[in-house]
Design a protein. Sequence first.
Length: 419
Amino acid sequence: MSIVAIAKGENTINATRKAIELLGGIQNFVRKGQTVFLKPDLSTPIGIPASTDPLIIGTIAKMCFDVGAKKVIVGDNPFGGISSKNLFKFTGLDEYLNSIGVTLINLEKEHFEPIKVSESKVLTEVHLPKSVLSSDVFISIPTIRTDFLSDVALSIKNLHGLLPDEQYFLLYKSGIHEGLTDILKAIKPDLIIMDSFIGGEGQGPFNLSGIETKFNLAGTDPIAIDSIAASIMGFDPSQIKHIKLAQDLNLGNGDPKKISLVGDDPNYFNFKKAQLLPSDSELLSIHQGKCCSGCLASFRIFSDLMDTFLGKELKGYGGFTCLLGENPEVSSYKRNIIIFGDCAIISTKNYRFNTNKRIRRAYRIQEISGCPPINLNIFEKIAINFKDKIPAFEFINEIIKRWTKGRKLLDPRHPQIGA
Ligand code: SF4
């Protein structure tokens, strides 16, 4: 039987403490002199509800120190080449967590060790950070939100951020759900505290709206806690492929009859789903050939970034025709042509805009290479091409500022319920 604790509270700090108490207290998991690794979801610098609330990270860190932990480390690998250092600085996490005595680690710069996975589906070896493997206790602090690629981003998806970039992006292409079960075979958290106080619905992680649940969850079985969380969101857990796969592999209990809920009764919601396939907008006209999930996922990030964050600046550029996958069909072009991913670059070599010099001169043609292209390359390409609007040097920092809307995560104006 797996236990999942549900704790309501006036605020997220109360709910976090109560959820851990329902499992017997933090002393059940952390002992004097131990090193504890906390893995929040900091994959993007957008803030609540896309990222774990810093107050929950701080509360858990303090609880660990209170029972005598020697060292508490916090780390994540933000996706797509955004450096943790930048993210910590811009979100204010460094100042806040340093003041508690936490050690912040830039996971993307870590030494990774290969862990062999038997009967793997995508990753025969999962590369995991040494600082996580050498810690005595591994605590996962995921969010409860929707995701454009994995449907939900809960405790199993939170493990994705432990991977180095090359493995992280390999899952985009080779199967996110299957890859997540490989990671779960390689590492399982000792404790999961799910930041569900404000959930995220809709186009996660970039354009989420907050739903206030006023409770947090805790447990030790990732499949049990994810199944309960998915049900709370209004989804059938057996339809979420990575939860179902993990259950079929006996990596935990997804069967409600084998899950004991302790604490408060949950409320149930109806979270809006995220979409993987981008649709045409005023700015972007999308032409998709034979395309795998790798380019679709990377392109979704690109299109969300272009439309949502740079839409205003790019309005005067005459629109973008975006080609992705093998042999995309296209009859007319907007002023700018973006050829996205190696399949599109190779298969459009004989297209008229590539072979006719006059046409080629008339359009601004941009190739974004990669299989799939990774976010940092995409950002750099945009920076180089639109540096007259946005200074290239400051581009990444500029994006992070825009994502956080210039606010620190600890700013009282966060979270934006229903924003
Ligand atoms: S370049 Fe081709 S194979 Fe590679 S991720 Fe894109 S569509 Fe898939």
